[in-house]
Design a protein around this ligand. Structure first.
Ligand SMILES: Nc1ncnc2c1ncn2[C@@H]1O[C@H](COP(=O)(O)OP(=O)(O)OP(=O)(O)O)[C@@H](O)[C@H]1O
Ligand SMILES: CC(C)(CO)[C@@H](O)C(=O)[O-]
Ligand code: BAL
Length: 276
């Protein structure tokens, strides 16, 4: 049976009696099949699984985005129960920030100023700060993050490497709808027409990947698809190496895109193989 805990002491008591290796799946709730893939990986690789559900105010740079973020704790609990999750930790803001907003933050460094950065100033500092706090409270052996948020996953890997945090980070491949749209909690905001328009993100990424050429061939193929799209405001299309440094001349790379469809900002990315 899944144990729902709220406060720090309740969590500490539940954590103390968890047997074996502990996997943490950090989420902001409104669980969908993408989260399920993370939970199932955790179940497969750890004896005990903790899912955290916390909409972290410190990583939202727009009050309206924070306010309208979907919250569905009763449904989320039922999902965790069905998946055999041991503990759901759903703290309130004062449980995570008992002294008010954190004064000391983790700063994400120069990668946080790129890709998602310019659109979301301060976002990754907020993410890495809360992830550090979740790690400190739960003390997991492993933590699971989706490749859908590829920049976040990359920065969390840097967090544990740079700050000597003893948590193994596992990246989980992006779960998609049958037509290719990456599952995201924010998809619920798309109208039927926007849902159709949103497919251009994955179409562009796949077209770039299938161009199977050098960096400019991949970017041109993907860019042509985006340029022809209606109702979609493209924020960036970028090709990087798998750690999000400069794209290599050949070999493994990552193609990343962000775009607004109506009022909803979506991101996606795909592995590509460059041939020089
Ligand atoms: N489609 C997906 N496939 C795999 N993992 C995913 C997917 N979508 C989200 N995740 C992962 O689930 C974890 C929790 O993400 P979160 O609760 O923010 O959901 P989300 O769908 O990414 O929401 P949003 O996109 O609106 O921020 C993150 O590690 C995220 O990368
Ligand atoms: C990792 C995370 C739970 C931190 O709040 C959040 O950024 C998310 O859901 O991806
Ligand atoms: N899924 C990444 C967290 C966010 O969009 O705020």
């Amino acid at each position: 049976m899944t144990h729902l805990v709220r406060g720090r002491q309740e969590l500490a008591a539940a954590r103390k009696v968890l047997p074996g290796s502990v996997g943490l799946v950090p989420t902001m709730g409104a669980l969908h099949k993408g989260h399920l893939a993370n939970i199932r990986q955790a179940k497969a690789r750890c004896e005990s699984v903790v899912v955290s559900i916390f909409v972290n105010p410190m990583q939202f740079e727009r009050a309206d985005d924070l306010e309208r973020y979907p919250r569905r704790l009763a449904d989320d609990l039922a999902v965790c129960e069905a998946e055999g999750v041991d503990v759901v930790w759903a703290p309130g803001v004062p449980d995570v920030y008992p002294n008010g907003p954190a004064q000391v933050w983790v700063t994400a460094g120069e990668l946080a100023d790129q890709l998602e950065g310019p659109n979301r100033p301060g976002h990754f500092d907020g993410v890495l700060t809360v992830v550090s706090k979740l790690f400190a409270r739960v003390a997991p052996d492993r933590a699971f993050f989706g490749e859908k948020d590829y920049q976040q996953l990359t920065l969390v890997r840097r967090l544990v490497a740079d700050l000597d945090t003893d948590v193994e980070i596992i990246g989980v491949p992006t779960v998609r709808e049958a037509d290719g749209l990456a599952l995201s909690s924010r998809n619920v905001f798309l109208s039927t027409e926007e849902r159709r328009q949103a497919l251009v993100l994955i179409t562009a990424l796949r077209t770039g990947r299938d161009a199977a050429g050098n960096a400019s061939a991949v970017l041109e193929a993907a860019g042509t698809v985006l340029a022809a799209a209606e109702g979609v405001d493209v924020h960036y299309l970028e090709l990087r190496d798998p750690q999000l440094g400069r794209a290599p001349a050949s070999g493994p790379a990552r193609l990343l895109v962000a775009a607004s469809v109506g009022a909803t900002r979506l991101i996606d990315n795909l592995a590509v193989e460059l041939t020089g």
